[in-house]
Design a binder for this molecule. Structure first.
Ligand SMILES: [Zn+2]
Length: 244
């Protein structure tokens, strides 16, 4: 346990929580800036190492324009046009060669949505709302905690959804069907912060510390130095999480 000494000394986690982390099964959808940071921190925390796994889904290849914010990737990955999930796996195994990683160079869509049933936590590291809302539906359908974050420019927001307990994404945001074609600007430090927050939420959930989970919509504007917390409530008419 020497490797995890500094985190097991944190009383709410402790050695019992650490054992739970190592059995955790986490699905991270998107392996760019957010996903890379989440995966890196979870691998380093020992998540999935014993009887669990960390699964990464992303159909894209590494490009030069990714490197200012996607910290797992190198110029060589971009030159070779490697799949992000393959380049990420290589980098993550350098952090811990015993990590249990599973990678799929595919999009998360209706055809593979049922895979959510085999995980303990679902992490949104996508860059688009249609996938995010699809993940929300899958999380509610299979009753899986869903950690979500969205970023653009120098601002972002995050909330954790506990199906049957908290509001779901659809309760307070309207689903968007269209994939936005425009390239979204983003500054490099932003996904590091939101990815770290998503990793922390995942650690709380896997270790059973649900009381500590962030149930509000938290927003940070890192350029304007503003933060806000919005309480979100379940909509009784929600088309996704309304109980029959
Ligand atoms: Zn809902």
């Amino acid at each position: 346990m020497e490797r995890y000494l500094r985190q097991t000394l944190f009383a709410p986690l402790g050695e019992a929580g650490q054992r739970l982390l190592q059995r955790g099964r986490v699905l991270i959808v998107g392996c760019g800036a957010l996903g890379g940071t989440v995966a890196d921190l979870l691998v380093r925390a020992g998540v999935g190492k014993d009887d669990g796994r960390i699964t990464l889904l992303d159909p894209d290849v590494v490009q030069l324009s990714n490197l200012h914010r996607q910290v797992l990737f190198t110029e060589e990955d971009a030159r070779q046009g490697r799949f992000k999930v393959e380049a990420a796996q290589k980098a993550l195994l350098q952090a811990d060669q015993a990590a249990n990683l599973e990678i799929f160079p595919v999009r998360f869509d209706e055809s593979n949505l049922s895979m959510v049933a085999d995980f303990d936590v679902l992490v949104d590291a996508t860059d688009n709302f249609p996938t995010r809302f699809l993940m929300n539906r899958a999380a509610v359908k299979y009753g899986k905690p869903f950690v979500t974050a969205g970023i653009a420019g120098a601002s972002g927001q995050t909330v954790t959804i506990l199906p049957g307990v908290t509001a779901c994404l659809e309760c307070f945001l309207q689903a968007v069907e269209e994939i936005q074609e425009n390239i979204i600007p983003v500054l490099g430090p932003l996904p590091q912060i939101f990815g770290a927050m998503e990793a922390m939420e995942t650690i709380k959930i896997l270790s059973g510390c649900l009381d500590a989970v962030n149930r509000s919509l938290l927003t940070f504007d890192l350029w304007g130095n503003r933060t806000h917390r919005f309480e979100v409530v379940r909509s009784v008419d929600c088309s996704v999480c309304k109980e029959p």
